[in-house]
Design a protein around this ligand. Structure first.
Ligand SMILES: NC(=O)c1ccc[n+]([C@@H]2O[C@H](COP(=O)([O-])OP(=O)(O)OC[C@H]3O[C@@H](n4cnc5c(N)ncnc54)[C@H](O)[C@@H]3O)[C@@H](O)[C@H]2O)c1
Length: 232
């Protein structure tokens, strides 16, 4: 399936980042947030960012206008009924996500893909209350989304392979590399990446180096954007 439209549920940091790359790729994006006015505010601040980037010559006025025209705020969740994919980026709470997925299933048809941007919850658990868990998958982006050009595509226990293929293809169209990961704690990136933080704390605790030096070594010696203490 070629995705033409998607809905973002939860227009915070991650939701708006995903909305940006989708709209820039020519996909129609509906923006919904449970907090009144939050989706409009998210769209407005994205517009300000995009206008600044256009003024710096990062893209043309035509590209700016076409991206903005792809971003639509909705105040009622029922308006997502016809999108191809729903991407959930709400609070990291299993029960709330499970309730939302149940609600989403009451709005969209059985073939609509439901994706979650969860960082730490099991995709299988999020899908466990669904009537059609085969269309649920993880789609785990990193912050800031437009700059971190990788996304984990995570099938739950029941997810159909066509869902994984569609999301991997969607990632590519949005300029990102989709990497298929198992539904295990931390998936790939956070599983590996967390070790830097705990090891850095151990090195500091053992008095081997100061936190400034540990950060500097990883920045200047290993090419990290931020050291583990800056990240913490
Ligand atoms: N921030 C990160 O670095 C990061 C990276 C990868 C994944 N994630 C994951 O992405 C998700 C969102 O994180 P974020 O940092 O963007 O959070 P955020 O707090 O910036 O945004 C969450 C938004 O969801 C809205 N919301 C909460 N409950 C809702 C509901 N039931 N229905 C609709 N909207 C609701 C809130 O009003 C808020 O605007 C979480 O699952 C998080 O674990 C975050």
């Amino acid at each position: 399936m070629t995705v033409k439209s998607l809905a973002i549920i939860g227009t915070g940091v991650m939701g708006m980042g995903i909305a940006q790359i989708a709209a820039q790729a020519g996909i129609q994006v509906l923006l919904f947030d449970a907090k009144a006015g939050a989706a409009a505010q998210g769209r407005q601040s994205l517009q300000t960012t995009l206008e600044k980037l256009a003024a710096k010559g990062k893209f043309t006025d035509e590209q700016l206008q076409s991206t903005l025209s792809n971003l639509t705020v909705i105040e009622e969740i029922a308006k997502i009924a016809e999108v191809d994919v729903v991407i959930e980026a709400i609070i990291e709470n299993l029960e709330i996500k499970q309730q939302l997925f149940k609600q989403l299933e009451s709005i969209v048809p059985a073939e609509t893909i439901l994706a979650t941007n969860t960082s730490s919850l099991a995709v299988t658990a999020i899908a466990s209350n669904c009537q059609h868990p085969e269309r649920v998958a993880g789609f785990h982006f990193f912050n800031p989304v437009p700059l971190m050009k990788i996304v984990e595509v995570i099938p739950g226990l029941s997810t159909k392979s066509s869902v994984v293929e569609t999301l991997t293809d969607l990632a590519k169209r949005m300029g990102h590399l989709g990497v298929v990961a198992k539904d295990t704690p931390g998936f790939i990136v956070n599983h590996g990446g967390r070790a830097y933080g705990t090891e850095a704390l151990k090195i500091l605790g053992e008095g081997i180096a100061s936190f400034e030096d540990i950060d500097r070594i990883l920045r200047e010696g290993a090419g990290f954007r931020m050291g583990p203490f800056e990240l913490l």
